[in-house]
Design a protein around this ligand. Sequence first.
Ligand code: UD1
Length: 419
Amino acid sequence: MEKLVISGPTSLKGEVEISGAKNAAVAILPAALLIDGVCTISNLPNISDVKLSCEILEALGAKIKWIDANTIEVDSRNITTTQAPLNLTSQFRASYYIIGAMLSRMGAVQVAMPGGCQLGARPIDQHIKGFEALGAEVVVEKGLINAKADKLIGGSVYMDIVSVGATINVMLSAVLAEGTTIIENAAKEPHIVDVANFLNTMGADIRGAGTDIIKINGVEKLTGDATYSVVPDQIEAGTFMLAAIASKGDVLIKNCITKHLESITRKIIEVGGQIEDFGDSLRVWCDERPKHATIKTLPYPGFPTDLQPQMGVVLSLADGTSIINESIWDSRFQYTDELNKMGAKINAQGTRAFFEGVDHLEGAPVYSTDLRAGAALIIAGLVAEGETEIYNLEHIDRGYENIEEKFRNLGAKIKRVEE
Ligand code: UD1
């Protein structure tokens, strides 16, 4: 078993280069199944969820050639089966994008119910509602999802809940459908725009991505023959920004889209951090103890739930009592038990947690309960006095490329050891 061992405290200083966005990459790869041709995807983060997505595509008949560590060529001309390997699709959440893509391209698909981080109930009713509005028949039975359609016809879908996954999935299913699909109350996250841009580059006709009404005019075929670069990861950028604040450091975050980071930037300024915006990079620093704050997670452009645990570390160390309301996931405060082992004083009750700020944390053995909780524990380990050991690294490896190396370049004393 591998663990991370961190010796703190360290004040992070230097520059970090942000990788391509995980949540865009794991949607763009299934989207490549829609192309009756060859495309090149670059700036892919080299993480286990991307490798898993590639394995699923290959099992369906696509051919994948790695050009370098972050670039692949996908040839989807010959899809050979509609049965996605159950052992792979059950391992992570984003495998649900195979449904929308395969329904559109092949008119049928069988996948396992998606796995992924345990953040509370993760229904897919809005995805299914969208597929059915386009004429698909979807049966969920014994942990399997079977979807088929003789012919998908564009339709109107009003999302009851703002869902990133459902918005992208219905968009995928509509690309090759006959006629026009309108998605209302759509999610607006940057990776939704990125998936739409990728598909449009390959010949799709999607308008309005990034607003709450998306219009997809079905096209007969996507031909590919183009290269697409995945958008920078705003959650990874936010993770390093919050690490800079928690550690009272001074970090230049390079290769990010600062517009995507506004909700985080505002909160960082509110807690006493400082930011210099260069458009495609941000200098983030903090000289004093952070101030307390109240935060509610919301769909984009609100404060992202995927940065809530990392912000929780900052607030654990803040001057005064802070409150976080988690409005997206029912069960996203599991990390607070681990932070309390390190000396934090957090009282989590359901979807709300109270953070009574302490002046320091102390190293302890802790367990990563999900991907972003793992990132939060790394930040806690960097600022804590003494040695922190972090277990369950598979969660962290799903979503962060070269995370130890990136933190080491900022002065952290962090190493991965086999126990
Ligand atoms: C995506 C992200 C995840 C992030 C989340 C919210 C990926 C691979 N994952 O997850 O990192 O935390 O967005 O920003 O991109 N819901 C329903 N029915 C549905 C779908 C969702 O009730 O059919 C609810 C969920 O329970 C949740 C809320 O809607 O309360 C938002 O979920 P959603 O935006 O769909 O999250 P994911 O796409 O799974």
